[in-house]
Write a protein that binds this ligand. Sequence first.
Ligand SMILES: [Zn+2]
Length: 104
Amino acid sequence: MRIETINKLCCPFDKHDLELTIVTRDVEGNVLEGYLHCPECKRIYPIVKGIPIMNPDEFREFQLEQPLLDRWAKQLGNMKVENFRLVEAVDIADRRASADDATE
Ligand SMILES: [Zn+2]
């Protein structure tokens, strides 16, 4: 899909502008693979073979998207996806440490 077209898309839930991360492009510069992220509701919409997947949550299957997310680990950095939302990944050790702080 052309970048100009992708840039016109907004979040179907809150109409917020989406942030585009490109993973691969074709020779014409069209986006083949990547994802759109809504800063408002945190949802992540994968772009697969040039098609953005923007279904409502109940029509999405996490198992189908998981292999993509695994492949995009580099782009996602310290973020992870929970319930189709992009959230900051906090490892279990950190979480336990902050839980200890809270009880003091
Ligand atoms: Zn949104």
